[in-house]
Design a protein around this ligand. Sequence first.
Ligand SMILES: NC(=O)c1ccc[n+]([C@@H]2O[C@H](COP(=O)([O-])OP(=O)(O)OC[C@H]3O[C@@H](n4cnc5c(N)ncnc54)[C@H](O)[C@@H]3O)[C@@H](O)[C@H]2O)c1
Length: 282
Amino acid sequence: MSGRLNNRVAIVTGGASGIGLETSILFAQEGANVILADISFEGAQKGAKIIEERYPNVKAIAAKTDVGKEADVKAVVDLAVKEFGRLDIMFNNAGIMHPEDDNALNTEERIWDLTMQINLKGVWWGCKYAILAMRQNATDENKGLHVGGSIINTASFVALMGAATPQLAYTASKGGVLAMTRELAMVHAREGIRVNSLCPGPLQTPLLMDFLNTEEKKERRRVHLPMGRFGEAVELAKAALFLASDDSSYVTGADFAVDGGLSKAYVTPIGEPALPPPSSLI
Ligand SMILES: NC(=O)c1ccc[n+]([C@@H]2O[C@H](COP(=O)([O-])OP(=O)(O)OC[C@H]3O[C@@H](n4cnc5c(N)ncnc54)[C@H](O)[C@@H]3O)[C@@H](O)[C@H]2O)c1
């Protein structure tokens, strides 16, 4: 542990699983107090317990939060301020990939609306209440605390490139996250608030693996991955740590792709991956 987030306060939405859980653990390892905000309270509690047992110097709180409800998002930001007196890092990471999301002809309006509610409106509300809280942050140089903060919004590689295996509402929602993040980064740049998008490539998390439920579906994607393997949630957690910490003090408005080179690929190599994937923190 190198204490890159000592004394900081973070909210991680979708903190019960995948990227959010790995990131919550990593943020705590680096010294942050963390609120794991998830629609699955049980999952968030499990994550908070892992942190509590491993890192007694920080506090982890599980919060039942539906990011598709503005009142829930406001409540979790209020909780951070009430419990810890500030909010330094807002990781708007919760998202869904609906099994009935399809192409322009087959996607039903209710699937479109639900996806937008969670993936795009949820991120907007996360940004809105985080900005209001971050404006109030007191500076304490002895503790390495500043005014403002870091907002990280999880988009996706599908916001950067097209797929012939469509999930139209999901893709549109993630494109919205990218565009919104860029604009917020400009609006709040002189308040010490940095806003960046994280664009994961395809990962071995329940979200994608439940969707790619046959070897054929997995292979259809794997062939396009330059490194020859899916990414791991922990690899995104490490990128989120960079964006959350002062190491990225001059980075704002970025479409930060952590995709094993996928979005830069034309023809990919043949053969097995050279290196094994890193181990999970869970
Ligand atoms: N897995 C991938 O391949 C991949 C690729 C690109 C982008 N992403 C994005 O990364 C983010 C995290 O995905 P993951 O792979 O870790 O998925 P995951 O399914 O492992 O975790 C998502 C978490 O979000 C929670 N959640 C769902 N709806 C919620 C809501 N309304 N309110 C609060 N919490 C809610 C779930 O309970 C779950 O704990 C998502 O935004 C996803 O779109 C994932």
